[in-house]
Design a protein around this ligand. Sequence first.
Ligand code: NA7
Length: 542
Amino acid sequence: MCRVTTPGGATDVDVLVVGAGITGIYQLYRAREAGFSVQLLEAGGGVGGTWFWNRYPGARFDSESYTYGYLFSKELFDEWEWQEHFAEQPETERYLNHVVDRFDLRRHIRFGAKVTSAVYDEASGCWTVVVDDGTELRARYFVAATGVLSVPFFPDVPGRENFRGESHHTGLWPPEPVDFTGKRVAVIGTGSSGVQIIPVIAREVESLTVYQRTANWCTPLNNRPITPEEQRQLRADFVAIRETLNTSVSGFLHPVHDRATSDDSKEERAAFFEKMWNSPGFSKLTSNYTDLLLDHDANAEWCEFIAGKIRSIVKDPDTAAKLIPDHRFAEKRPPFVAGYYETYNNPNVSLVDLKQTPIVRLTEHGIETAEGVREFDIVVWATGFDFGTGALSRMGIRGRHGLALTDYWADGPKTFLGVQTAGFPNFFFPGGPHAAAGNNPRYNGDQVDFITDTLVYACEHGYDTIEVDPAAEEEWTNMIDKRASLGPFGESSYFFGTNIPGKPKRYLLNSGGRPKLFSVIAEVVETDYQAFKLSRTSGPTG
Ligand code: NA7
């Protein structure tokens, strides 16, 4: 039984978790099961994290539901019947509420509690965390599970505050439904969120104008209900599914292809691309030709295949041309869609290409571009997030000698395993910068498991202070930088932070994926946590 906190001692709680998203909930569960006292603070009014805030119409998984949900309990896996291969946001929010109640976690969670500062105290080895209502909590371990896509980005468009109609960001969607019926609506942004909401609201609005800066390579999600037979099979295959997911580089079930484009004739390639087009979600990335992301011609041929699809779906050739990207496939994170291109055949839907006619400003009643003003009742900002470091850099985190995390990371994040940074003892951030790329809950879960095991190890060996060795941090961070170009994504993607003005251009993911994470974790364990400085700051344990 690991307990660090003593009644009336230096801390209120052993482990303070911030964020009730899928990672924070799991961290709460694991730390409590290990015997620590745990408190979770959540800024929102309910659990879900991403699946609480992104409640815009059409928001849904593009990882398969049963590969995204938790795998730590077979009973949980058995009893929760996902309705669709790619669940919509309300189902996911219900699922996460079910998990919290099933494992009696709600009593450890405080909602509406936004952290404004978190400061390390060297004398006691504890963190003092302040909430926006002024409450202070002292914790031995501070775990920020605050997510990588949790700080919505609003571009600095002149006059944005002047618009007098309704404005909503997809990542900050209101709990009460937005009524689009008969409204003139603008959607700015055509990333994964924009292309999800566009076809859904197009059915309700009077008119829809899409403001697109960069076209994206969208391919069909190919979602469908899970049949009763599939439900039975999923349960029968639980162990095999978990094994496949736990050994997969990106945390998906999709099998890796064994052929390069040059292994097939032109006709065979066309047939294979058709198969990819009809395959579910991310398999277009994970199960495509092995040279797709490495060979320019291979990538260009797949792009030309998708461009052909766009031309065949979208009736107006000018609109189709605007919808065809000029970057390679996977330069940006590819979105998956249902009826997106078809939407542009509706007479009430139009597309503005911001590369030809940039936004000049927002007026009180609409949007002005180089071609004039269009008036709207509702403007939807689907303009993305401050990825990776956004939330961590807004929490007032200070480590040893009062060093601000934002100063230490001024040139980009420095981490070990994407879980700790030197000079900030007892602070962990699973699911933050330098995690792997792929199905988030899988590798975020790996990090939570590692953090919990580390806390238990420290506790069992009489330590209560854990701080990564700067040399280990440097090695991991160099590995991230060195392998940045090996990842699927390009420098114009938000994975390099380039969507945020002024943000340093650094790769924010671990291109080594889960295999690299697992191999370094194994080394850490074999060497008795040599990558960390373990010490004792407080008195005897309670
Ligand atoms: P994304 O993928 O970052 O997309 C944001 C979109 O907003 C993208 O099309 C941007 O164009 C556009 N954008 C950003 N700034 C502007 C300005 N100033 N003017 C016009 N358009 C702009 O965010 P999403 O929310 O769609 O998806 C994020 C993740 O959520 C996604 O990857 C999934 O994991 C779920 P740009 O490409 O920068 O030219």
